[in-house]
Design a protein. Sequence first.
Length: 120
Amino acid sequence: MNDEQIEHFRGLLLQWRGELVDEVSRTVTHMKDEASNFPDPADRATQEEEFSLELRTRDRERKLIKKIDTTLENLQNDDYGYCDACGVEIGVQRLEVRPTATLCIDCKTLAEIKERQELG
């Protein structure tokens, strides 16, 4: 991978990370502003469910931020773009679609097949 491609992916990852961090900040503000003690149990339950869904989404995003940080470290250490399983270079097209990919398409396909077999 050349320097131009590395900088392209670094920019993508930093932009993605920034958007996720902004979303987390908005969620915290939203939950503080919207938190109220409704007298009606149905209204309270609806609000709790909305907060629960929002928190689950933010938890997924928190994990994704951690994965983006790991990918940025790999970029800095010249380990980016290589499959963790077989060591083959991951295609640029795959990295465009999923910049945090750690497996080449063949290894990912095998992993998904194994996962499906294990789950029955």
